[in-house]
Structure formats: C-alpha cells, structure tokens
Design a protein around this ligand. Structure first.
Ligand SMILES: NC(=O)c1ccc[n+]([C@@H]2O[C@H](COP(=O)([O-])OP(=O)(O)OC[C@H]3O[C@@H](n4cnc5c(N)ncnc54)[C@H](O)[C@@H]3O)[C@@H](O)[C@H]2O)c1
Length: 254
C-alpha cells in the first residue's frame, strides 16, 4: 500500500533524491519547499502519480500548518515525515547578526518542531509513523566559523533522541541521519569560493576515508531504509552515512 511521505526541502539535493526513491517504491510524495518551482520539478521527476508539490517556508508556523492541512485534506493521513530542509551559514559568531542566527536556527531546527508538531497528532491516531531528521557531522565535530549551523545541527540530534523517547512506545520511530560531504547545490555553493568547486570536491573525496564525495542517492537510500519496517528496531538514533568522516582521527603530520 502506498504510504504518504512528506519531504521538506525536496526541491534540491538529498530531499529531491529521497522523493524520487520513495516514488519509485510506489509511495505518494509531498515535496514541500520554499521554492515551489523546484518542488514541482522534483514531482515531475517522480514515477507514478498522486504526488503533491507544495510551496512552504518550513520556518513559518502558518505555512507549515497549511501544508499539513492540505496533505490531510488530500490523502487523509501521513505516514512518513522527512525533515530535510537546511541552510548553511559560514560565519564566525561575532559576525553573525541576530537575524541571521535566528534564520538558521529557525530553518534547521525549529522547522523540525513545527512540522512534527503538525504531523504527530495524525501519526498518534494511526498508532504508527516514521520521522527522519537530517543532522550533520557538525552535530558532533566542527570546523571554524560555522556557529549557527553547528548549533542548529547539535540540536537536531538532541531533539531526535527526545522525540524517539516520547513517541517510540506510541508507534512513532524518530531517527536522524548524519551525512558526510554530499554533492548537492548546498555543498557546491559553500565551496564555490576559494580553490574552486572541482578542486574542493576532490579535497572532500580525499578527506573522507571512503575515497569519494557522497551522492544524494547515498543518503536517500538510508532515508527510505529508516522509513521501512526493516529499520523497525531503530529508534532515537543518529545514523552516520558519512563515508567514515567522523570515524577518522587525523595524525598531526598526515
Ligand atoms: N550536502 C551535504 O554535504 C550535507 C552534509 C550534511 C548534512 N546535510 C543536510 O542535509 C539536508 C539537505 O541538504 P542538501 O545538501 O540537499 O541541501 P540543498 O541546498 O541542495 O537543498 C535544500 C532545499 O531546502 C530548501 N529550503 C531552504 N530553506 C527552506 C525553507 N525555509 N523552507 C522550505 N524549504 C527550504 C531549498 O529551496 C532547497 O530545495 C540539510 O539539512 C543539510 O544541512 C547536507
């Protein structure tokens, strides 16, 4: 039977790959993105029918509630929520304005609260559901000058654990994924300055013990697995799909 799967930030990168993969499994996909044109383009890439593209700023409570109401009006239920949206800000804390700080925390962390707050009552009445959040290596370790992003992603792991505890006994499994460097528009725009995109991608490939940069579908496979019954005993976890990035200790002269 087709599941109803809401994916935020589905207009690009990892979210888009997850939409295509869920659709290929026969599920009904809701691509929710602040960029409605890109959300529609994702749906156009999906096999099957009965999918929805919805323009939605996941940092806006009214927009999120309207999006979930539209999903319920159309399908009558929701089975899977992928809180995938994220924005990157590479700045040291003292150069980060309060507005910039709030926007990163809102889009990366509070959006998980907003979407989950709207969806969980429906999952509770079904007695089942799967929520998958996108964390980051910055949830556990970090580089310089990425304060707001690192803080938001640390919060994603903590919130995932909490949601796992609060709703696991009620049939809702919440987990998060920690992707390594994945070749998406987000990564490419972050590395566009400096050595150049191709050189930076080569650098990331070398830095990850698996010897390559990840592709969006590497993470989409983990997302669909976490949403499946095969992951039925996985709860409150942070699944590292990072090509070994966080497993590695770099000796000083390496
Ligand atoms: N690409 C990587 O290397 C990498 C590594 C670790 C974690 N992640 C995380 O994975 C997730 C997906 O990243 P990606 O690389 O695919 O990013 P991406 O920039 O390619 O896609 C993000 C999507 O989110 C949408 N979006 C941005 N703000 C929004 C808002 N307020 N409301 C709704 N949609 C909004 C964008 O329009 C875009 O379609 C993010 O949470 C990111 O932090 C990515």
């Amino acid at each position: 039977m087709s599941r109803v799967v809401i994916i935020t930030g589905a207009g690009s990168g990892i979210g888009q790959a997850a939409a295509v993969r869920f659709a290929s499994m026969g599920d009904w996909v809701v691509a929710a993105d602040i960029n409605g044109v890109n959300a529609s383009a994702t749906i156009a890439m999906c096999s099957g029918s009965n999918h929805l593209a919805i323009t939605c700023d996941v940092g806006d409570e009214q927009a999120v509630n309207a999006m979930v109401n539209q999903v319920i009006a159309h399908y009558g239920t929701v089975d899977v929520l992928v809180n995938n949206t994220g924005i990157l800000l590479s700045k040291p804390l003292h150069e980060t304005s309060f507005a910039e700080w709030n926007r990163v925390i809102t889009v990366n962390l509070s959006s998980i609260y907003l979407c989950s707050h709207a969806v969980i009552p429906h999952m509770l009445s079904n007695g089942r559901g799967s929520i998958i959040n996108l964390a980051s290596p910055h949830s556990f370790a970090t580089t310089t000058n990425i304060a707001a992003y690192a803080a938001s992603k640390g919060g994603v792991v903590s919130l995932t654990r909490q949601m796992g505890m609060d709703y696991g006994r009620k049939g809702i499994r919440t987990n998060c994924i920690v992707p390594g460097a994945i070749d998406t528009p987000m990564l490419r725009s972050d590395i566009a300055h400096g050595a150049g995109v191709e050189a930076s991608l080569a650098g990331w490939a070398k830095a990850q013990p698996i010897g390559r940069v990840g592709q969006p579908d590497d993470i989409a496979k983990v997302i669909t697995w976490l949403a499946s019954d095969d992951a039925g005993f996985v709860l409150g976890a942070a699944i590292h799909a990072d090509g070994g990035m966080l497993a590695q200790l770099t000796p000083p002269n390496d």
